[in-house]
Design a protein around this ligand. Structure first.
Ligand code: AMP
Length: 398
């Protein structure tokens, strides 16, 4: 069975084609600058060939046509015709409270995704464009929507209701949804395997630390809390996002700086976090380098990031009354030994025996706690696309 996974952004589209028998990636790629005359498609085959093409790509439909052309190309294609694609999995950001699981897409689902645009005005529209374009180009091929929010739908109300008048939850669905759910689910399920315990019988904390960062507490297979909220702005301080701040800062700055809503939103989403504090970069590698060279603001940004992660992990250990394993994933989690060391060493008191030598690794699955450690810690590379492909296979085969 061959499954195409699509992840549509407003001006970009990432894709991977899987052969599901061995869960093997046959080809993958990225279309950038959709809507512009100098759009770029970068296509990589499983055997390492890379083809880059620059051309005008007016919309997502044209982008998908080019992806299919690359996949079926005589010279570097990996399938002979698009008829070989059995199903398409779409990464979808927001499923609201409607979708606690991935779903086979039909007209009703598309209508519901459109209704949910108000909860994710930046993220859901490109996903819908991708779905509609595929429907046009590949009619009849089963499609599945896999949501960033659905894994977190198991949270109890005490985790997702905010301390504001209840009517806003009822009227507008203002509540914690949580994001990165596909990654947290993939990593947590793998963690259970590594711990040698059934998924529904362990306590796991997954730290997805990348440009966007979130942490989830998973008890007996269910998310009990997660750090992102109504939007992906809440929780940890991130590359350019502020994470938790006193909400009263917002009206204060709007008044003092005469900022309007787009300006305050841009400040919190694009000018804050590591970038806002250091004034240098949103990229952890730049921050670590500048801090090592004695830049105090970069060091402060680094300290705040670690402080946030430790506070959240510690809170979740308390919430679950213990933890069996802590997983680190995404760009910083997989490649940043310094962050993992600072976080893990903080939980020595709770029984985490950190293995500093094992921690000197990047981008691969490794246990970073010592044998016999009461709390175990692992680096678990995430694979959201594979998770989407697995869900798509399961639903499309029904
Ligand atoms: P992601 O959003 O998952 O792609 O992660 C991007 C983040 O991972 C950026 O802040 C990168 O600086 C960070 N990252 C990538 N490689 C490293 C590394 N070797 N050490 C520390 N951070 C890294």
């Amino acid at each position: 069975m061959k499954i195409l996974v699509l992840n549509c952004g407003s001006s970009s589209l990432k894709y991977q084609l899987f052969a599901m028998e061995q869960e093997q990636v046959l080809a993958k790629g990225l279309v950038e600058k959709i809507g512009l005359a100098d759009a770029i498609i970068t296509h990589k085959t499983g055997d390492g060939q890379k083809i880059v093409n620059q051309t005008a790509i007016p919309d997502h439909a044209k982008a998908i046509e080019l992806v299919l052309a690359a996949l079926t190309d005589k010279n570097h294609g990996v399938i002979s015709s698009m008829k070989e694609i059995d199903a398409v999995g779409h990464r979808t950001v927001h499923g609201g409270t409607t979708y606690a699981k991935s779903v086979l897409i039909d007209d009703k689902v598309v209508a519901e995704l459109k209704r949910l645009i108000k909860l994710a005005p930046l993220h859901n529209p490109p996903g819908i464009l991708g779905i509609e374009a595929c429907e046009k180009i590949m009619p009849g091929v089963p499609m599945v929507a896999v949501f960033d929010t659905s894994f977190h739908q198991t949270m109890p109300a005490k985790s997702y209701i905010y301390g504001i008048p209840y009517e806003y939850y009822e009227k507008y669905g203002v509540r914690r949804y949580g994001f990165h759910g596909t990654s947290h689910r993939f990593v947590a399920q793998r963690m259970a395997e590594l711990l040698g315990k059934p998924f529904d019988d362990c306590k796991i904390i997954t730290c997805h630390l990348g440009n966007g960062s979130s942490i989830a507490a998973i008890e007996n297979g269910k998310v009990v809390d997660t750090s992102m909220g109504f939007t992906p702005l809440e929780g940890l301080m991130m590359g350019t996002r502020c994470g938790n701040i006193d909400p009263a800062i917002i009206p204060f700055l709007m008044e003092e700086e005469t900022m309007d809503i787009p300006a305050i939103n841009a400040m919190m989403n694009k000018k804050s976090g590591l970038l806002g504090i250091s004034g240098i970069s949103s990229d952890m590698r730049d921050i670590e380098q500048a801090a090592a060279q004695g830049n105090e603001r970069a060091q402060l940004a680094l300290d705040i990031f670690h402080h946030n992660v430790i506070k959240t992990v510690g809170g979740y250990i308390a919430l679950m009354n213990g933890v069996d394993g802590i997983a680190f994933t995404a760009g910083i989690g997989e490649n940043g030994p310094a962050t993992r060391k600072l976080v893990c060493e903080q939980f020595a008191y709770a029984g985490l025996q950190f293995d500093a030598a094992a921690n000197q690794c990047r981008g691969k699955e490794v246990e970073i706690s010592k044998p016999g450690s009461k709390i175990r810690a692992f680096v678990v590379p995430t694979d959201e696309e594979l998770m989407i492909a697995r869900d798509t296979k399961a639903l499309a085969s029904k």
